[in-house]
Design a protein around this ligand. Structure first.
Ligand code: NDP
Length: 289
């Protein structure tokens, strides 16, 4: 039996609709949430992301503030802007698009963001709050992956989850969220021994590696839920390029119980969760929750 296809576009659209409805009720109170996105330089992929973030922010009824700075911008100038945004009452969320040019220390910049406006959830204060189960802002991509999992199985208690990848932006926070959801979590990485065997015992596999189609169909337990975070551009024989995930989709689909496609899986959820985090931050700052 073929796997259930988890439609990230549809889940993200439903989430944006919920957000828009809440934003509309806040707007009646003249409390329109605002998201500031800062882009330094002209990285083409980053420009595409920033454009769609701004478009979707406006579509849900929030205010979008865009700051496009030159590639030569100094660390001091960027830190000054962050200070301004931290102090600006119209700004509820601040997102600095990564990667930053080499003259700027990304860690220093991310730490300068007021944790209550850190809608990416990368500030150590939020990392600590999420890790201790004390609230905090959850990073967008892992949060999106969790919501997709819960769209096919509401109660994840007791399930064995294997996360492949241990980055600070995906693998590690994903582990915290799945622990919080009651899973037994294993984090695998490039030094893990016998990854196929480890994956084969998992009820849930989250792939966040950045290696095209690395996870094969015979690594997957029949019926498992597979969430593919990977986004890899590969060349076709006819000279065109296409996007693939970290999971060999056609093989995996024949074995898994449910699976996310690439594109159209976790990708669309990331921006929707950014908007959700901005709404949550706006409500918290206005003490509405
Ligand atoms: P990183 O490169 O930061 O981390 C990759 C992880 O994979 C590392 O922990 C690395 O292990 C591990 N790894 C590498 N090779 C292997 C291997 N052969 N076996 C097991 N583990 C391995 O990537 P990110 O976490 O930033 O991103 C992962 C993927 O997710 C990328 O394709 C990225 O494009 C995508 N992504 C998608 C997003 C979305 O919105 N959908 C958002 C963010 C990322 P080690 O630590 O040992 O080196």
């Amino acid at each position: 039996m073929a796997a259930i296809l988890i439609d990230g576009k549809a889940v993200a659209a439903a989430l944006r609709q919920e957000i828009a409805a809440e934003v509309a009720s806040l707007a009646i109170l003249r409390e329109k949430p605002g998201l500031a996105v800062v882009l330094v330089g002209e990285d083409p992929a980053s420009q595409v992301y920033v454009r769609s973030k701004a478009k979707q922010t406006v579509e849900v009824g929030m205010a979008s503030f865009e700051y496009r700075l030159e590639a030569e911008t100094s660390e001091g100038d960027l830190l000054w802007l962050i200070g301004e945004l931290n102090a600006n009452p119209d700004v509820d969320g601040i997102l600095v698009q990564l990667p930053l040019p080499p003259q700027i220390d990304a860690t220093k910049v991310l730490r300068a963001i007021d944790p209550s406006k850190d809608v990416d959830g990368f500030h150590p204060t939020n990392v600590g709050l999420v890790a201790t189960g004390a609230g905090g802002i959850m990073p967008c991509t892992p949060l999106g992956a969790l919501l997709l999992l819960q769209s096919v199985k509401t109660d994840l208690t007791g399930l064995d989850a294997v996360i492949v990848g241990r980055s600070n932006i995906v693998g590690k926070p994903m582990a915290q969220l799945l622990l919080g959801a009651g899973c037994t979590v294993t984090i695998a990485h490039s030094r893990t021994r016998d990854l196929p065997a480890l994956c084969r015992r998992a009820d849930i596999i989250v792939a966040a590696v950045g290696r095209p189609e690395m996870i094969r169909g015979d690594w997957i337990k029949p019926g498992a839920i597979v969430i593919d975070v990977g986004i890899n551009r590969v060349g076709d024989a006819d000279g065109k390029s296409r996007l693939v995930g970290d999971v060999a989709f056609a093989e995996a689909e024949a074995v898994a119980g449910a699976i996310t496609p690439v594109p159209g899986g976790v990708g669309p959820m990331t921006i929707a969760c950014l908007l959700r985090n901005t709404l949550t931050a706006a409500k918290a700052r206005r003490e509405l929750d």
